[in-house]
Design a protein around this ligand. Structure first.
Ligand code: LMR
Length: 331
């Protein structure tokens, strides 16, 4: 009898436990870049807001620097539910079979962040997210990074300078065609392997926005950085759809609010983060920063613009046309 009373008391206590004493839902959020980048900072900010607003019912574990999964592993891990959230660059959706995302990789398709936002914050961005659903993935937000620079250990000002250079790229066929259009040799490689591959000469050069260049210490292994602004790199924040849809409605609403605010934060800091990173590279004195003349820029554009037409079949003529319409781009 006494035992039964005790059991009832224990049961009552368990039901009366305050929310904070219950087991929180863990959200594993993996990404491949450093903490001190637009994406790294935005992921931490999302964690902070998500945990505050769910009052401890959710715990977000952020794994930066490919600690948990690297490129080539993380999409499958998300689909299997081994990780719940990712923020891969838009250039990494081809292997998943959603090639339309490679529209973001087309050279010169965006002149600036304003043009980009017409796509990411408009119907084209929403339609692209819809395509993820059949893959068991939900698109939550687009986060900005920035416009890419090219780097190598020789001066690279015009297309002829790229002839024969092995250039590391992300897993995007459009980016492969971009390097080929310059006469270089594209090498797909995980982000986590880039520094070492540049150091050991496995590849000669690469492309990325300055924030990634600087935080990966590429200035130690690349003598030249060309301000080509030839393309954009940004992210889709995505989640395992089954996991996301299975969250209690109030939690999901709180997380959506946290994501909205973290997205504003990400997009507010991205440009300055990249400007500061470029300045920081300059200050190291290790990498010479090349500002292209108008003629050099024109030569780069002339060589690269063919990539648009060549990839109509892959990216989709309609998707490309939809982006042109939003941004006013004239090929
Ligand atoms: C890269 O692989 O170069 C980038 O996508 C890394 C990143 O996530 O910014």
């Amino acid at each position: 009898m006494r035992f039964a009373n005790l059991a009832i008391a224990a049961l009552t206590l368990a039901f009366a436990l305050p929310a904070y004493a219950q087991q929180p839902t863990i959200i594993k959020f993996s990404h491949v870049v450093a903490l001190d980048t637009p994406k790294g900072k935005a992921a931490e900010y999302f964690k902070k807001l998500a945990e505050e607003r769910t009052k401890g019912r959710v715990k977000v574990e952020v794994y930066p620097n490919s600690q948990l999964f690297k490129d080539g592993e993380e999409m499958e891990a998300l689909q299997l539910g081994s990780v719940h959230m990712l923020a891969p660059s838009l250039a990494k959706f081809g292997p998943l079979g959603v090639r339309e995302f490679e529209v973001f990789d087309l050279p010169y398709i965006f002149d600036d962040y304003n043009e980009l936002h017409k796509v990411t914050q408009g119907p084209v961005g929403a339609a692209l997210f819809k395509k993820l659903e059949s893959k068991g993935i939900v698109g939550l937000a687009y986060w900005d990074n920035g416009f890419k620079v090219m780097s190598a250990n020789k001066s690279i000002r015009v297309p002829a300078d790229y002839k024969g250079l092995k250039m590391r790229i992300q897993s995007s066929k459009v980016l492969g065609d971009e390097i080929k259009a310059l006469g270089g040799i594209p090498q797909v490689m995980s982000f986590s392997e880039v520094y070492q591959s540049l150091q050991t000469g496995v590849v000669d050069g690469t492309e990325n926005p300055p924030s990634n260049f600087y935080t990966q210490k590429m200035q130690e292994v690349q003598k030249y950085l060309a301000l080509t602004d030839h393309g954009y790199l940004g992210y889709a924040v995505i989640a395992n759809k089954k996991f996301w849809d299975g969250l209690p409605a109030d939690i999901r609403t709180a997380l959506e609010g946290a994501m909205k605010d973290a997205t504003k934060f990400a997009n507010d800091i991205a440009k300055k983060e990249n400007d500061d990173a470029l300045e920081a590279v300059r200050k190291t004195g290790k990498t010479q920063i090349l500002t292209l003349t108008a003629d050099e820029k024109a030569a780069m554009k002339k060589a690269l613009i063919v990539v648009h037409k060549d990839n109509e079949g892959r990216v989709g003529k309609d998707t490309i046309a939809d982006v042109y319409k939003e941004t006013g781009f004239k090929p």
